[in-house]
Design a protein around this ligand. Structure first.
Ligand SMILES: NC(=O)NCCC(=O)O
Length: 388
């Protein structure tokens, strides 16, 4: 495993090493635009960030002006963060400490006028699913409607007129106390507008999540909000193009991807590709958000992959970014620092790109629909041609 955290972000590395006269063209080829289109951040947000030691970056994505529609400008935000207290501390102490940290970052997002904010996967807790221990970690599970995390965020959603997408370990007390990996959609009115449960559960590396919860049963909901049609594809779902596609078919204009993923042999080389490709293939914006930091647990665990037993999960590599339907993307946040990424986008770009590329028109849904259902049957015969 080669982990070089001297590289705090890929973009910083490009800026450091590519001659300035070539940098614009390199960025155009790699990132779809020669200029990052950074936009100013308000002084209050900057001060909160400085005081609380997190990074804040803001970029703009424009669309063409139209005679028939006014621009649909929305500010979206993404937060990446490390945990705060030791994983040996009491549960409520660990959660309160994270709430406090995130409260400050939300204040910065609110000051800068963010309309829709998404937090990282399972944000109010350490990502303890690596351990396979039920105790004490199941105690982090919360009710969608009245859990401490939803109550904490409702206040802020109202205060800042902001939709907040909150990824939690859900305890469904109405249905046999089951656990789920769930994102709660808190409307800018402060009401819980709905929830989405993770559709694809990993069984890779230390991601032993299947010990705790099953594949989600909430389909592919799109929330028609004051600030656009939004959906959530939770972490490992980003490896499944059909999962992304279904949110597109249901009309999403922005799909958030709250994640928890680690460097080394696993996902970092995939990170910049998958959510960006989904934005291209489905003509919507995507927001990929990852945790940062290394989380250490009291007991050793192993994952049947031949690696010696260990106590830590990580490092999570941050690098949260936004990708647009035209394939361009923002720079990533840092790989190792807490951060707030803000992007001002014009949702009109979604339809403009559908008209330009025609991916919807050419996608052959009925052809694939038919074949998918055939391929899901036990007697499916793959269409393979061999030379006689
Ligand atoms: N949280 C989660 O699903 N992680 C799985 C690993 C990955 O998708 O990179």
């Amino acid at each position: 495993m080669s982990e070089n955290f001297d590289i705090s972000s890929l973009e910083d590395c490009l800026v450091k090493h590519i001659p300035p006269n070539e940098l614009k063209e390199v960025k155009r080829i790699l990132y779809g635009r020669s200029d990052d289109n950074a936009i100013p951040i308000c002084e209050t947000a900057k001060k909160i960030a400085e005081k609380n030691k997190f990074e804040v970056k803001s970029y703009q994505f424009d669309a063409l002006s139209e005679d028939s529609r006014s621009p649909r400008i929305v500010k979206i935000g993404a937060i990446q963060n490390s945990i705060v207290a030791s994983t040996s501390e009491p549960i409520s102490k660990q959660r309160d400490a994270i709430h406090q940290k995130i409260g400050n970052i939300i204040d910065a997002a609110g000051a800068d006028g963010v309309n829709i904010l998404c937090l990282q996967e399972a944000w109010p807790m350490p990502f303890a699913f690596c351990t396979r221990e039920k105790h004490p970690w199941c105690q982090f599970a919360e009710s969608v409607e009245n859990g401490p995390t939803t109550l904490f965020l409702k206040e802020r959603a109202i205060k800042y007129n902001m939709i907040i997408l909150s990824s939690i370990l859900e305890r469904d007390e109405d249905h046999s106390d089951q656990l789920w990996n769930t994102v709660v959609v808190i409307s800018n009115s402060g009401k819980v507008m709905g929830k989405h449960r993770k559709n694809h559960i990993p069984r890779v590396g230390d991601f032993n999540e299947s010990t705790y919860y099953m594949e989600g049963n909430t389909g592919h909901p799109v929330y028609d909000t004051q600030f656009g049609k939004i959906a959530i594809n939770i972490c490992y779902g980003r490896h499944h193009p059909q999962n992304w596609m279904m949110f597109g078919l249901n009309g999403a204009e922005i799909v958030f991807n709250p994640s928890a993923t680690v460097i080394g042999a696993l996902s970092e080389p995939l990170w910049g590709i998958e959510a960006r490709n989904a934005a291209i293939a489905n003509s919507y914006f995507t927001v990929a958000i990852n945790r940062v930091g290394t989380e250490t647990f009291p007991n050793e665990f192993s994952s049947g992959d031949g690696k010696p037993a260990h106590k830590d999960f990580g490092p999570f590599y941050g690098s949260s970014y936004v990708a647009a339907p035209d394939g361009s993307r923002s720079p990533g946040l840092s790989r190792n620092k807490d951060g707030l990424l803000i992007c001002q986008i014009d949702l009109n770009l979604c339809r403009q790109i559908k008209d330009k590329w025609g991916f919807r028109m050419t996608q052959r849904l009925s052809l694939y629909g038919e074949k998918f259902s055939e391929a899901s049957k036990l007697d499916y015969k793959p269409q393979v041609v061999k030379e006689n």
